[in-house]
Ligand binder design. Structure first.
Ligand SMILES: *[C@@H]1O[C@H](CO)[C@@H](O)[C@H](O)[C@H]1NC(C)=O
Ligand SMILES: *[C@@H]1O[C@H](CO)[C@@H](O)[C@H](O)[C@H]1NC(C)=O
Ligand SMILES: [Cu+2]
Length: 522
């Protein structure tokens, strides 16, 4: 059975029911548009309607997403490439999206249909451009896979209205900001923070805050997604505590907290019970980042939790009312299903130390190497026979991993006063040692983005998914500055056997089309 959704239909509340695995077709036009989410009009990029088409699927579905590249604004990259953040892409590494790791970008005026199955994954995901710093200009949106059976009895409402995106927003095109970063070494500071695509900047108009509507007595699964390029956020709701139940698509044992830090590309689901007097309450998401600007008030990132029956006015609540639970500590979260790090507390098959540092203005390195993307994608090289680390150049910084091994990454380094959210493609990993807290092999949190601070982190995963997988800081300025490595996982199994990658003529056609483009169209 095949269903075709239009963008308009997806804005309606979705009906969740049990359904057979289906093939879902989406059109995702990537276009330039003038948008003003904080009242400042600028030319930007939108994926579907701004702030992004919400892609909705059911467990087991196969997605066919036709990305049409309609970009033409010369202040931004003209080509594009879309990554489906957090999806494992078993056998479909060709559809993962990172430019020059998994594919060549889609040329302007062209389209590419991404085809991939969701297998067993459920939960909260998002998608974004993975070409240079292009997603900073707006090329991003959410992707949610229902249902999540084991904890379903905990909430009454879980729909498009309970997805909350947190973003940072810049008035300058990202390419220009990146050039400045390369000159002065200061990470570009956003002009505002957005909740569900709405925010305010200092000196700007009083744009009406986003509203999340609730009814007294009901329980809501809020899916909080950090789609920012740089900022972390500290999320809280005046007068309410809530139970964390998901880290990046992985269900956790419910844990009551009054706030949590969420770093770029991370997701948390929380269950909120609307158990307070009918009124308006501030949702707060002050930004966590290094540096400041005249236009950014990092504390003025808000939205309204409005109970049905409350007047349509701004809240008068403050944060000082005591709430149950403290701030979330990542290491206290426990994975609900099949907990336990691969290999338990036995030594890993392979330990890789990753030591990162700033290497100059707009330049970051891991183990002394700033990552530079190759001209031909890592995946194409693997298909054509690349098997050893020596088959890749030094700046491609590619580690070859053997199949079915427990790999332990020890990420440490000079963090320069900020949290670096490291993201691994193709896997979720167990966070054996979080930025703070003890070592845990038994039931540590499992996720796909972990914040690395001064103390470093230790993570583990099993190499059960052949493919070329990026590991990088999700501060997009740092990724572009070289804070990345690539894992060529099981190259032989990528080529032949029952886990081999599916490679289509359409995928092969991307590189010739892209490489033939003049520079300003790339
Ligand atoms: C993708 O969209 C384009 C533009 O509408 C269309 O020409 C093309 O046939 C579509 N591709 C697929 C595979 O549906
Ligand atoms: C894939 O092949 C390997 C080796 O032939 C075998 O051990 C494994 O069970 C197969 N897996 C699946 C899912 O068929
Ligand atoms: Cu970083």
């Amino acid at each position: 059975m095949a269903f075709r959704f239009s963008a308009t239909l997806l804005l309606l509340p979705i009906i969740i029911g049990q359904a057979l695995a289906a093939d879902l077709y989406f059109d995702l036009p990537v276009t330039n548009a003038i948008v003003a989410p904080d009242g400042f009009p600028r030319s930007a990029i939108q994926a579907g309607p701004f702030p992004g088409l919400n892609i909705v699927a059911m467990k087991g579905d196969t997605l066919h997403i036709n990305v049409t590249n309609e970009l033409h604004d010369l202040t931004m990259r003209q080509s594009t490439s879309i990554h489906w953040h957090g999806l494992f892409q078993a056998r479909t590494g060709s559809e993962d999206g990172p430019a020059f790791v998994n594919q060549c970008p889609i040329a302007p005026g062209q389209y590419y249909q991404y085809n991939f199955g969701l297998a067993e994954q459920t939960g909260t995901y998002w998608y974004h451009s993975h070409l240079s710093v292009q997603y900073v200009d707006g090329a991003r949106g959410t992707l949610v896979i229902y249902p999540d059976d084991p904890l379903k009895h905990l909430w009454d409402v879980d729909d498009a209205g309970t997805i909350i995106t947190l973003a940072d927003w810049y008035h300058t095109p990202a390419a220009e900001a990146m050039e400045k970063f390369a000159r002065d070494g200061h990470e570009p500071v956003p002009d505002s923070g957005l909740i569900n695509g709405i925010g305010r900047y200092v000196g700007g108009p009083e744009v009406p805050w986003a509203v999340v509507n609730v009814e007294a007595g009901k329980r809501y699964r809020l899916r909080v997604v950090n789609i920012a390029a740089y900022a972390g956020f500290t999320f809280s709701i005046d007068g309410h505590s809530f139970d964390v139940i998901e880290t990046d698509g992985i269900e956790t044992r419910p844990r009551t907290v009054s706030s949590f830090d969420i770093f770029a590309a991370q997701r948390y689901s929380v269950v909120l019970t609307a158990n307070q007097p009918v009124d308006n309450y501030w949702i707060r998401a002050p930004m966590v980042l290094k540096g400041g600007s005249d236009t950014l008030d990092p504390n003025n990132v808000k939205a309204i939790l409005r109970y049905s029956g409350a007047p349509a006015v701004d809240p008068k609540t403050n944060q000082l009312v005591l709430q149950k639970g403290g701030g979330l500590r990542e290491y206290e979260l426990q994975t609900l299903i099949k907990p336990g790090a691969p290999g338990g507390d036995a030594p890993a098959d392979r330990v890789i130390d990753l030591d990162f540092d700033a290497a100059g203005p707009g330049l970051w390195e891991i183990n002394g190497i700033p990552y530079v993307p190759p001209t031909l994608p890592t995946l194409l090289k693997i298909i054509n026979g690349a098997t050893l680390e020596s088959d890749f150049t030094t700046p491609e910084h590619t580690f070859v991993l053997k199949p079915n091994q427990v790999v332990e990454l020890r990420i440490h380094g000079s963090n320069h006063g900020m949290a670096h959210p490291f993201h691994l493609h193709g896997h979720a990993f167990d966070v054996i040692k979080s930025a703070s807290g003890p070592v845990n092999y038994v039931d540590p949190p499992r996720r796909d983005v972990v914040a690395v601070e001064k103390g470093g982190v230790i993570i583990r995963f099993l190499t059960d998914n052949p493919g070329p997988w990026f590991l990088h800081c999700h501060i997009d300025w740092h990724l572009e500055a070289g804070l990345a490595v690539v894992f060529a996982e099981a190259p032989e199994e990528q080529r032949i056997g029952n886990q081999s990658g599916i490679i289509t003529p359409e995928w092969r056609a991307l590189c010739p089309a892209y490489l033939a483009l003049p520079k300003d169209k790339q």
